[in-house]
Design a protein around this ligand. Structure first.
Ligand SMILES: [Zn+2]
Ligand SMILES: [Zn+2]
Length: 308
């Protein structure tokens, strides 16, 4: 019987200032971030792809060769400790965008195929690796090539963020401060100084709407209490119909007297995507006096959202 080689369908992925394509069944499963370091992992049944980056100095970038050798030495140490074989099959020079990179292919507990490079534009040392079984090499090599070819480590304009099927582009000046992903209601909080941006969604929208009736009710009874709870008492200023990428959506407007000196305005957009079967929400809050300067940015972020 001849073996069927599974050909992947790819999708765009974006997370923590990296964008690339991955097989469309792979999803984010682990995420860690410190001031100058990020790590995330994508799984499908098993762990498939690990990505990490650390901040480096543009003036004194580390040697790529040394960085890769040190990384592989660690891998070798771990293999030795657990009594596994360790063999470097190859190390090659490749390119990521315009940057020189080193790829490595190692055989140990499993097969590891990865690449490492410096991005001076964003001052980061970046490394990704695929982990797989030996017989998966042909498919995984095509995934490796796809990631190398589609990788964006620096760019003009906002970064793509992928929330399990929902895409939105957010300027680099915003940082992800907190999030909670669940099989039901999920939320992610971004901050840029006094400006807040919240992305939230609810899966199985048909079931949720059976209970709550419509988008307005879902927003005020389910979503709002979970995303705006820290903003103090909110004064309702109005609700309007808006079009959001071909969806009829609702804009809720509130004001909050957060403190004596800080008056916040809240603009919250909700809509139902029947194709994705999700209720979606994008919310902005900011000091009232900033509304004029922020208007363009708010519209751009909202326009960049893609639910199906
Ligand atoms: Zn770069
Ligand atoms: Zn949609």
């Amino acid at each position: 019987m001849s073996e069927v080689i599974h050909v992947f369908k790819f999708k765009k992925f974006g997370w923590r200032m990296l964008e690339f394509e991955i097989p469309d069944t792979w999803e984010l499963s682990v995420d860690a971030k410190r001031e100058d370091f990020a790590y995330f992992r994508l799984d499908h049944v098993y762990p498939r792809l690990e990505v990490k980056w650390e901040k480096i100095s543009k003036k004194k970038p580390p040697s790529l060769k040394t960085s890769v050798n040190e990384y592989l030495k660690e891998m070798q140490k771990r293999a030795k400790k657990s009594g596994y074989e360790y063999k470097v099959i190859n190390i090659r020079e490749v390119k990521v965008m315009k940057h020189p990179a080193l790829s490595f292919y190692v055989r140990s507990t499993g097969e590891t195929l990865g690449a490492c490079w410096c991005c001076p534009d964003t001052e980061r040392l970046i490394l990704f690796q695929l982990v797989f079984k030996r017989e998966e090499y042909p498919q995984m090599y095509s995934v490796f090539q796809k990631i190398l070819q589609t990788m964006r480590c620096h760019k003009e304009g906002p970064w793509l963020w992928y929330f399990y099927g929902f895409y939105i582009r957010i300027p680099e000046s915003y940082s992800l401060t907190n999030y909670k992903f669940t099989p039901g209601f999920s939320k992610a909080f971004f901050k840029k100084g006094d400006v807040g941006l919240i992305v939230a969604y609810h899966t199985v929208a048909n079931v949720v709407l059976d209970e709550y009736g419509d988008v307005d009710n879902w927003f005020t009874r389910v979503c709002k209490p979970q995303i705006l709870e820290n903003l103090g008492a909110l004064k309702f200023l109005g609700v309007h119909n808006v079009m959001i990428n071909g969806h009829e959506g609702r804009e809720f407007v509130y004001a909050s007297r957060f403190s004596l000196f800080k008056r916040l305005k809240v603009l919250s957009y909700s809509w139902l995507c029947e194709k994705l079967n999700r209720l979606l929400n994008v919310t902005f809050y900011f000091p009232q006096k900033m509304e004029r300067v922020l208007r363009g940015e708010i519209d751009d972020i909202l326009d960049s959202s893609r639910c199906h």
